[in-house]
Design a protein around this ligand. Structure first.
Ligand SMILES: [Fe+2]
Ligand SMILES: [Fe+2]
Length: 230
């Protein structure tokens, strides 16, 4: 939940430059609706945190600071270094289409399609097995996952079209971005101090979750028309 809550705020904070860099009004409008979704997801987690785990933090900034994962190498690099950097490149030059293609690969394919949807799938599965579908969290999180699928579909279509228009320019760029991000995916799924109970307490294993994440990633790449030879 720390990864999700903090992650939702990170993706809310970094999406505006993607809107500025949108090459068409259709993309600009889609990304604007996505920004509202991400803001709503952040508020959902803030409300849940206050209602369920509980906190004495008065505002969202201090709560986020409190819940921010302490040990998560891949996660920190992805959300606090790579993603803000690529967003900053778009902020500096909204005509930088390479930055937008790299940004969508990182944001929509690595973060949303591979990490978020995997975590959501296992979390919702677990709640169904425990008969917890009546909880507000289950219903809210199901709505979040539905939004994420919508975002991922946009990312796939955007990259498909970019590669169709100029494969020599964009295919290697998407490929290189993904190869750079692979260790960050592994790093994000690594539990704190390697403690496997984060998985085994729920009848899962790290390998199972990692395999699911990588096969989701491969399916998206096929749809986009990219071969990840690595
Ligand atoms: Fe989200
Ligand atoms: Fe999203």
């Amino acid at each position: 939940m720390r990864l999700f809550f903090n992650g939702e705020e990170r993706v809310t904070a970094t999406l505006a430059p993607f809107v500025w860099a949108a090459p068409t009004p259709e993309i600009e409008i889609f990304l604007s609706t996505q920004m509202v979704d991400e803001a709503r997801h952040s508020v959902f987690f803030d409300s849940w945190w206050r209602a369920v785990p509980g906190t004495d933090k008065k505002d969202m900034a201090s709560l986020l600071d409190d819940v921010r994962p302490a040990v998560a190498g891949g996660y920190n690099e992805l959300f606090y270094d790579r993603l803000p950097n690529v967003a900053q490149r778009m902020a500096n030059n909204p005509r930088d289409l390479d930055a937008l293609v790299e940004g969508v690969t990182m944001y929509h394919i690595v973060i949303e399609a591979t990490l978020a949807l995997t975590g959501q799938r296992f979390t919702l599965d677990q709640m169904r097995q425990e008969g917890n579908t009546g909880l507000g969290f289950y219903q809210g999180f199901t709505a979040v996952a539905r939004d994420e699928s919508r975002h991922v579909n946009f990312g796939i279509k955007f990259l498909q079209e970019a590669i169709r228009d100029d494969a020599d320019r964009f295919a290697p760029l998407v490929q290189r971005t993904l190869v750079d991000c692979l260790p960050l995916i592994t790093g994000t799924l690594e539990p704190p101090d390697g403690d496997q109970r984060y998985y085994t307490d729920f009848g899962r294993s790290q390998d199972e979750v990692m395999d699911y994440a990588m096969s989701s990633l491969n399916k998206r790449l096929q749809a986009i028309g990219i071969n990840l030879a690595a």
